[in-house]
Design a protein around this ligand. Structure first.
Ligand code: HEC
Length: 120
């Protein structure tokens, strides 16, 4: 019987190297992701910093990036209760302010309320 004209190279060592490289890569990517995921609340952290991010995204174009007012009023030193602020964010005001009940979760609305509360 004739021998095979092309010796078959065993790919095992190469595969092993590739496997190890991809493991190292995966480990690097994973470990660089875990420490601080933006938007994910760590235990004991107040909601205000998340609220500020939400504010910049949803409210700043009317109330100003520093919430000192633009199209909408200044939000510092409001003598509104938590419930009033939450209701305003949920319901908006016809012809003046967007209602956010369908755009944001109740948790996000709470975080925004917490942020507005920090404005002194
Ligand atoms: C389309 C522009 C607009 C957007 C977007 C907007 N607002 Fe307003 N907001 C207004 C206006 C205008 C008023 C004043 C309405 C009035 O005269 O009662 C107001 C009033 C308020 C009030 C009551 C304060 C006061 O003294 O009357 C709060 C609290 C408030 N906004 C929070 C927010 C938050 C938080 C967001 C983001 C989730 C937001 N607003 C997004 C325009 C906006």
């Amino acid at each position: 019987m004739k021998r095979h004209p092309f010796p078959v190279l065993t790919p095992a060592p190469l595969l092993l190297v590739l496997l190890m490289l991809s493991l190292v890569l995966a480990a690097t990517v994973l470990s660089s992701c875990t420490p601080s995921q933006p938007g994910v609340r760590r235990k004991g952290e107040p909601d205000a910093p998340i609220g500020r991010t939400l504010f910049l995204k949803n409210c700043a174009h009317c109330h100003g990036a520093d919430a000192h007012g633009d199209e909408g009023p200044d939000l510092h030193n409001l003598d509104w209760t938590d419930e009033q602020i939450t209701a305003r964010i949920r319901n908006g005001k016809k012809g003046q302010m967007t209602a956010f009940a369908d755009k944001l979760s109740p948790e996000q609305i709470g975080q925004l309320k917490d942020y507005v509360r920090t404005l002194k």
